[in-house]
Ligand binder design. Structure first.
Ligand code: SAM
Length: 307
């Protein structure tokens, strides 16, 4: 799997210094001890978190709760506007292509074979298209259709302007995963695989049920949801600034976009009633920046659900 961090994790520079917590300066993080420094630790090692880190992380989460967002309304009523601003500013330059997508989800390769027949993939929350371009690159199936949807109009413009966008294989449209209607261009129960890559975390927990109903209606019986997203206590959660917490484990980033940090247990609760759980994994990694002498703990969830 491509373990290069996405540009999304690059440190953002801002002219306004935001209020931070006293303790979350430690994440991304605390100084390496002499002992750790001599230990040959490779970047991107898979790890279990040590007790010290867990205790600090939990303390940090408790402290964050004391400083909630003061004006929630705009983030809850028009979350897509913040993504419009995001793509207006960054266009397709922010996220890297998810080159690991077929390696992590080899089920996709079956749909891309020359003799696979009519197959369809729906990428929800497609953003600038960084999940669909690597899929298209692997494709040998002339009967493949990739539907790319996002509730940000600007994101869909960016996708359509990309030279890799080929209307023979792709159809990009504005659609809200948590809306009450399905897209007219997609028949009910017609999709072979849905990719949900760093999208579900943008939903508020009170939208999960509607989203699940929509996913269920769109998939063929036997169809798959391929899921990757932020996990609980990921570095980015622990680094949240003051007054950015909307509700427990649900935050506003500096650019106004929302992010919820889920657990594997929540995935079971949310997806398990409607779908068979094929995979429900966690990818925990330790990244060491030797130059800055900091340790960073990352956490992502990866899962497969079947209708
Ligand atoms: C972090 S980006 C991920 C983009 C893409 N999946 C990728 O792999 O690069 C999350 C995207 O989800 C979209 N999104 C968030 N909530 C959505 C919703 N309710 N319906 C449709 N798209 C949504 C956002 O507009 C944003 O483009």
């Amino acid at each position: 799997m491509d373990t290069t961090p996405d540009n999304s994790e690059k440190k953002k520079t801002s002219s306004v210094r935001e209020a931070t917590f006293s303790i979350n300066e430690s994440f991304g993080g605390r100084l390496l001890t002499e002992e750790e420094d001599v230990f040959e630790q490779n970047a991107w090692d898979h790890v279990e978190w040590d007790d010290e880190h867990l205790a600090l992380a939990k303390k940090c989460i408790e402290e964050q709760k004391l400083y909630p967002v003061t004006e929630k309304d705009a983030y809850m009523t028009h979350p897509e506007r913040y993504w419009d601003q995001f793509y207006g500013k960054n266009e397709g330059k922010f996220f890297m292509n998810r080159r690991w997508i077929a390696q992590e989800f080899p089920e996709l390769l079956d749909l891309l074979k020359e003799d696979a027949g009519e197959k369809s993939i729906l990428e929800i929350g497609c953003g600038a298209g960084n999940t669909i371009w690597p899929i298209l690159k692997e494709n040998k199936n002339s009967n493949l259709k990739i539907f790319a949807v996002d509730y940000s109009e600007k994101a869909i413009d960016v996708v359509k302007q990309n030279p890799l966008y080929d209307a023979k294989f792709c159809s990009a449209s504005v659609w809200d995963l948590a809306g009450s209607d399905l897209l007219r261009s997609i028949e009910e129960a017609s999709i072979d695989a849905i990719t949900l890559i760093f999208c579900f975390s943008a939903l508020s927990p009170d939208q999960w049920q509607q989203a699940i109903e929509n996913l269920y209606r769109l998939l063929k019986p036997g169809g798959l949801i391929l899921f990757r997203d932020y996990g609980r206590l990921d570095l980015t959660q622990l680094r949240a600034k003051k007054n950015r917490i909307l509700s427990e484990n649900f935050y506003i980033r500096g650019d106004g976009t929302r992010v919820y940090y889920m657990t594997n247990e929540e995935l079971v609760d949310v997806f398990g009633k409607n779908f068979k759980i094929i995979q429900n994994g966690v990818d925990k990694r330790l990244i060491v920046n030797r130059k800055k002498r900091v340790k960073m703990y990352r956490c992502w969830l990866q899962a497969k659900f079947q209708k």
